[in-house]
Structure formats: C-alpha cells, structure tokens
Ligand binder design. Structure first.
Ligand SMILES: Cc1cc2nc3c(=O)[nH]c(=O)nc-3n(C[C@H](O)[C@H](O)[C@H](O)COP(=O)(O)O)c2cc1C
Length: 203
C-alpha cells in the first residue's frame, strides 16, 4: 500500500473475526518490529512474545477486568476514543484484548543506563508492527490498559506466564487479527496536535 494511503487507513482495530492468523502473517508483523529504530542499536534489550493461547490471555486479562469494573475511571480513560460508548457498554463480554486471535507482548530488559528509553523502544516497535499489520490487511491495536493494570495490581500480575528472559518486563502489547469490517480511508483533522514553528517559516 502506498504510504500516504496507509497512514489514512491506519486505525486501531478492536473487532476481529475468528479466523486464525497464520504463522507467516504473524512473522511478517514481527519482522516490522525488528525493522523499527531502537535506541543505541540495543535490539537485544527487546523481546517479543506471541500469545495465541486463550487461557493465557484470559489470565493476563484479569487485572484489567478488575479495573474495568471501576466505570468512572474507565470512562475518563477512554473519553476520547472513537468507540468509547461501545467499549463501556460491553460489560460481560469485555476483554481488554478484544478477543484477538493473537497478542504480541513487547518486553524490555530492565535498565537504568538511559532511563525511560525502554518505553520509546517499545512504542517504536509497536508502531512499526501496527503499520505493517495494516499494510497486510490485518487489524491491530496498542494494548496499554491491560499491561498497566497488571503493574497496578501486583497480585494479578501474571506476566510470569510470558516466560520472559531474566530481568525483562512487559511494557506494551499489540492485539492482532483479521478485521471484521473493511476500514475506510479517513481524512484526519491534522490540526489536532499543536505545532509551533521556531525560526523562519517560508510561505
Ligand atoms: C501508547 C498507546 C496505548 C494505547 N492503549 C490502548 C489500550 O489499552 N486499549 C485500546 O483499546 N486502545 C489503545 N490505544 C489506541 C488508542 O486509543 C487510539 O490509537 C486512539 O484512540 C486513536 O484512534 P486510532 O488509532 O483509531 O486513530 C493505545 C494507543 C497508544 C498509542
């Protein structure tokens, strides 16, 4: 897909079909993660875990489900999300991973060499995979809420299920699947992020 068109079609997908993903589809997305820029070239500080086991995902969703029951907090968090009402309506069916057939967890080695660079690295890899998924005709969505919930409720932090190398912590996830509805091209209001120009602006 041409890049400008890809940008216009990119969206967070939260509805997936039951169609399983093939290994090659997932591998193509993972490859995009490997192509992402990473601070100081420290690719060995990142680790991707592909989870397709529903039981493991159910367990990893527990902390988010508890937090989800605080409707006020949830409403504030997703206030601006385009389908916020839909998400709030899903009570029993709610799954922070949106019943995706696969979730890629992005983990990083704990480090204090360059504080916080791990978050940038994880986001860099996640965005690259998110765009690649779109390009492949798949849907995906960043997963912050589920992972943040695990960090906030340590007794429900089941990240040991990810079988990570020692000293790695999961930071972000990316749900992945075949989309239910084809995505229309969107014309985004490009004025929604403040942009300041310092120095001369040539008209
Ligand atoms: C860092 C980050 C974390 C996010 N976490 C979640 C999440 O936990 N759950 C979710 O449904 N969407 C999540 N999203 C998706 C955003 O809600 C979405 O990108 C935003 O509403 C804009 O919509 P769009 O991606 O469809 O253009 C996240 C996005 C980013 C960049």
């Amino acid at each position: 897909m041409e890049y400008q068109e890809l940008l216009k079609r990119r969206t967070s997908s939260r509805k997936y079909t039951d169609q399983p993903l093939t290994n090659s589809e997932i591998e193509a997305v993972l490859k995009a993660g490997e192509y992402a820029p990473v601070g100081s070239n420290r690719y060995h500080d990142l680790c991707f875990t592909v989870v397709r086991d529903r039981e493991v995902l159910r367990k990893l969703a527990e902390a988010a489900l508890i937090r989800r029951s605080n409707t006020d907090e949830m409403a504030k968090i997703i206030n601006n999300v385009s389908n916020a009402d839909e998400i709030l309506e899903q009570k029993n069916a709610y799954d922070p991973f949106y019943h995706a057939p696969a979730v890629i967890f992005i983990s990083h080695r704990k480090q204090d060499l360059e504080p916080h660079i791990e978050w940038c690295n994880a986001a860099s890899a996640a965005l690259s995979m998110h765009l690649a998924a779109q390009d492949l005709g798949l849907g995906s969505c960043f997963m912050w809420f589920a992972l943040d919930s695990m960090r906030r409720i340590p007794e429900l932090d089941h990240t040991d299920l990810l079988d990570l190398p020692e000293d790695f912590q999961p930071l972000l996830g990316l749900s992945l699947g075949h989309i239910k509805e084809p995505l229309p091209e969107r014309d985004i209001d490009t004025g929604r992020i403040t942009v300041n120009w310092i120095g001369e602006y040539e008209k």
